[in-house]
Design a protein around this ligand. Structure first.
Ligand code: F6P
Length: 581
């Protein structure tokens, strides 16, 4: 969307009653929040206007020419910290662009907002909540206050309880109801209560206890639960029911199915205490479900779901990799928190990644970003980032309630390299819409098998080179390609990429990488003037689904009052299930 064009909010105008119900059901500020100092339209800043002008000139930028002009470009437009070397030189920008982007961050008060977050101010204004995932990895003994109360001591108290529990499981000392040791762990959760744990488990599999079977159930589609449990013995299986709210339809449905599945073998309701633990902020709902709060690991409303994988939501990760590796991962998060908090913006990795993203999104109008880890262990990383980025910044409303008049979060997608090369890279190289890519490589392999790592490395470097510089028609013809075929074998190049070379995959390196993206999202949200910490956009579908559930499942024909398409689909489904219409 060209900056400056306003849009109306169709939900606000057509769905008033649904929204009112939602406001009641979710955490929401009781009165209109005080507009903070950093509220403001980015497009009214001097830097944005200058960037707009600069972007017109930048239409002529060609990476071939930019690299030819400056032999040091490849090292100049690179930042390195904490074992991550971020090369952003293959984006279609120059030093003047970066200067203007840094000026934009200054004008948008990113630093003041960052300080407010680290201080525990309620920057999630619509829900009147602090945003303190940084406290989840603050070292023992440090102090971060919410409403005048230190939260770090509470964080470590929960980590200690998680550690003691994880150790019992890992030592096979946590026995199931029939006396057999637990060796299967099934995490039930969705969104932030699933994507982080499953991503971290997959990423750190090399550090995990391979004799434990780890499974993750998220989808309300019963096939997910069935496949996760069909080969497990209930006597040896523990369910970790993970839900911040403990009200989420998918999770509660799967948890009830799990209880039935478990009790079908174990018979006695007392067995629940040995086979179910809960991770939640909602003790009341946990008790209501039948899990003793002695078996509950808590966290707090200042932890957003998509920022919660290093809270008690990481219990399954901790069981898999052990408390020590979990602590190392937290230390990695904290390293990046400190880097983000203290490093001048010109060397600040999250700041640079965010600002280059703003350039690609708002000034070069790229609608998607592909995240392409050249590390198979990170095969769920892009899925994790989809929630982190899109649920945080996929917004159309500014902090003060006005509609945005600029584009916000691009669509995030991706698969691990080199698999993507043989699937969708064709479009990235020759499609009509350039796709900015983040390439991520760990230089030292965890398992050094023959020439694999060198091939992997050569491939990622080749991709960034090909995307940046392409292949001209004359180069193609010079290879003897007939002229009729030359257009098909020509590569436009000038396609933007970031390359992150990281030392080696470890729990600490993983923590650093995730926190890099968390803070990138923070900076972009600050610039776009949206609240990165609420998610009202997921509510309408939930409300409507709750209305449709009885309509599809009732025995008697329901009275339908939807649009003709939805009514017909309900009728079609009911017929296929042999229900009256
Ligand atoms: O529906 C979106 C959402 O609220 C996410 O923000 C959250 O991570 C997910 O659902 C799961 O929520 P809960 O942990 O409360 O079950």
């Amino acid at each position: 969307m060209p900056a400056g064009k306003t849009r109306t909010n169709p939900i606000a105008t057509t769905r008033k009653s649904a929204s009112a119900k939602v406001a009641k059901a979710s955490g929401v500020a009781s009165t209109a929040p005080k507009i903070p100092a950093w509220n403001g339209s980015p497009i009214k800043t001097k830097a944005w206007k200058a960037l707009d002008q600069h972007a017109k000139a930048a239409r002529k930028f060609e990476l071939r020419a930019l690299f030819a002009k400056d032999a040091r470009r490849g090292t100049k437009l690179t930042a390195e910290a904490l074992g991550i070397r971020l090369d952003y030189s293959k984006n279609v920008l120059d030093s003047a662009t970066m200067k203007l982007l840094f000026a934009l961050a200054k004008e948008r008060n990113v630093v003041a907002k960052r300080a407010a977050m680290f201080k525990g101010e309620k920057i999630n204004m619509m829900e009147e909540r602090a945003v303190l995932h940084v406290a989840l990895r603050a070292p023992r003994g440090s102090v971060i206050k919410v409403d005048g109360k230190d939260v770090v001591a509470d964080v470590h108290a929960v980590l200690d309880r998680m550690g003691a529990f994880a150790k019992q499981i890992r030592a096979r000392k946590w026995l199931g109801f029939t006396g057999k040791p637990i060796k299967n762990i099934v995490n039930i959760g969705i969104g932030g209560s699933d994507l982080g744990p499953v991503m971290a488990y997959e990423a750190l599999k090399s550090f995990s206890d391979r004799a434990l079977t780890m499974r993750f159930v998220s989808n309300v589609d019963g096939n997910d639960f069935y496949e996760a449990t069909q080969d497990l013995n209930p006597e040896e299986t523990l369910f970790v029911v993970s839900s911040k709210t403990f009200t989420t339809l998918e999770t509660m449905t799967n948890a009830k199915t799990a209880r039935d599945w478990s009790l079908a073998t174990l018979k006695d309701p007392k067995s629940v205490a040995r086979h179910f633990v809960a991770v939640s902020t909602n003790a009341e709902k946990v008790t209501e479900f039948g899990i003793d709060t002695a078996n509950m690991f808590g966290f707090w409303d200042w932890v957003g779901g998509r920022y919660s994988m290093d809270s008690a939501i990481g219990l399954s990760t901790m069981i898999a990799v052990g408390p020590q590796h979990f602590a190392e991962m937290l230390a990695g998060f904290h390293d990046m928190d400190e880097h983000f908090r203290t490093t001048p913006q010109e060397h600040n990795l999250p700041m640079i990644l965010a600002l280059v993203g703003i350039w690609n999104r708002n000034f070069r109008e790229h609608a998607t970003v592909a995240v392409l880890p050249y590390c198979h262990y990170l095969h769920r990383f892009s899925a994790y980032l989809q929630q982190l980025e899109m649920e945080s910044n996929g917004k159309q409303t500014q902090l003060d309630g006005n509609p945005v008049a600029w584009d916000t979060c691009p669509a995030i997608w991706g698969e691990p390299g080199t698999n993507g090369q043989h699937a969708f890279y064709q479009m990235i190289h020759q499609g009509t819409s350039p796709v900015p890519c983040d390439f991520i490589l760990f230089e030292k392999p965890l398992h050094d098998l023959g020439a694999h790592q060198d091939m992997l490395t050569a491939n990622v470097l080749a991709q960034t080179e090909a995307l940046a510089f392409g292949k001209t028609r004359s180069e193609v013809l010079a290879e003897g390609v007939p002229s009729w075929l030359a257009p098909h074998k020509t590569f436009p190049g000038n396609r933007p990429t970031n390359l992150m070379l990281c030392a080696a995959l470890s729990p600490r390196a993983l923590g650093r990488l995730i926190a890099l993206y968390e803070h990138k999202v923070f900076v972009q949200g600050a610039i776009w003037n949206v609240n990165s910490f609420d998610q009202w956009g997921v509510e309408l579908g939930k409300v409507l689904a709750n209305r449709i559930i009885p309509e599809v499942s009732a025995t008697a024909a329901p009275k339908l009052a939807h649009d003709s398409s939805t009514n017909a689909a309900i009728g079609h489904y009911r017929k296929s299930r042999g229900r009256a219409n």
